[in-house]
Ligand binder design. Structure first.
Ligand SMILES: C[S@@+](CC[C@H](N)C(=O)[O-])C[C@H]1O[C@@H](n2cnc3c(N)ncnc32)[C@H](O)[C@@H]1O
Length: 325
């Protein structure tokens, strides 16, 4: 459930939501509690396509960018410190003066650090410690955004990235390794989980590639890819790669995600492999890198007639799988 701790604080009357105006929810994941949906005045900010579509399907107003104005803003603290900081500053800039801003996060995601930054900016938030984390809430003050830390990042040289996107500050070593091993790519291809476009750029170095679909679920990453890749053969597609119906492609490259939370979820990468097999031509090839310990071999053999291990290096393994079954 999203906003578990805030929901407890609201239900116990520790604080209340405004009786008018939009209540903005920043990057929630999972079902929303009745204490929020019951207001009928929610605006969900979610740029990760599967979660975005789930909230849309539940009849909520969903946007990919924060709105200009909010009566109250609730933030689900996530794994990226820079993105958390950016969301809190954005909330301070858009929430009405006196309007509630509330955070809900686990200690492992750094909610204590966010609380400290608020105190340093002169705010005395109320808090509810719960389940190895904390709900934090306070009334917004004019000018607060300027006193809060920025979500700064230092992108790899020559590239544009953003807080919270995969490998925002360095080229991923696994993607770089796969880029070095790609040979004889030709025709129409796709990059499943294209991120900010590093691997796609390596693919487009091959002149015999006719087109490349960049399939990525996180719109903020795709927006970075749009700035990094200025090649007319590239097409940006904001979609869930496990459900995308495209192609048929002559080749697909991928460095699949293996978690949406802190836990490894090999099922996600396996779903990427299965859909890649569906989207390839009969002679098509899947080029893939993964962390060495992830169990993808069985799924690859289930889905493809020929599977070749290209390399194993630096904690990664590379495969090319040909001829989907
Ligand atoms: C390991 S990163 C690889 C990024 C990029 N290809 C690179 O090499 O740097 C995996 C990417 O998959 C994206 N992703 C996660 N779940 C997805 C899904 N269901 N559909 C499409 N992309 C997804 C993530 O946002 C992330 O950008």
């Amino acid at each position: 459930m999203a906003f578990d701790r805030i929901s407890i604080a609201l239900s116990s009357g520790a604080f209340t939501l405004p009786s008018a105006g939009e209540i903005v929810l920043m990057r929630p994941t999972g079902p929303l509690p009745e204490v929020l949906t019951g207001t009928g005045r929610l605006c969900v900010v979610q740029s990760f396509r599967p979660a975005h579509d789930t909230y849309l399907g539940a009849g909520l107003r969903v946007v990919t960018e924060p709105p200009a104005k909010a009566a109250a803003t609730l933030i689900e603290i996530g794994r990226s410190r820079a993105l958390n900081r950016q969301m809190i500053r954005t909330a301070a800039a858009m929430t009405d003066p006196g309007g509630i801003i509330a955070l809900d996060g686990a200690k492992t995601d750094g909610v204590e650090g966010n609380l400290k930054s608020l105190r340093l900016a002169g705010i005395a938030p109320e808090t509810l410690p719960k389940a190895h984390g904390r709900a934090v809430w306070f009334a917004n003050q004019p000018g607060l955004a300027d006193d809060l830390p920025e979500g700064d990042i230092d992108p790899p040289e020559g590239f544009h990235t953003a807080p919270g996107v995969f490998s925002a500050e360095k080229i991923d070593a696994g993607s770089a390794l796969l880029g070095d091993h790609l040979t004889s790519l030709r025709g129409d291809g796709a990059d499943f989980g294209a991120g900010w476009g590093y691997l796609s750029q390596r693919v487009l170095e091959h002149e015999s590639v006719r087109s490349l679909d960049l399939i990525e679920a996180e719109k903020r990453s795709l927006d970075c890819a749009a700035r990094n890749i200025r090649d007319p053969r590239a097409h940006l597609i904001w979609a869930d790669a496990t459900a995308h119906q495209g192609g048929p492609y002559d080749f697909i490259v991928m460095n699949p995600p293996f978690h949406t939370s802190r836990r490894a979820e090999p099922a996600l990468g396996q779903a990427f492999i299965r859909n890649a097999a569906r989207c390839l031509t009969r002679k098509g090839a899947l080029w893939m890198v993964s962390n060495r310990q992830l169990p993808y071999e069985e799924t690859l053999s289930e889905c493809f007639q020929r599977v070749e291990r290209l390399a194993e290096q630096g904690g990664f393994k590379l495969f090319v799988a040909r001829a989907p079954r």
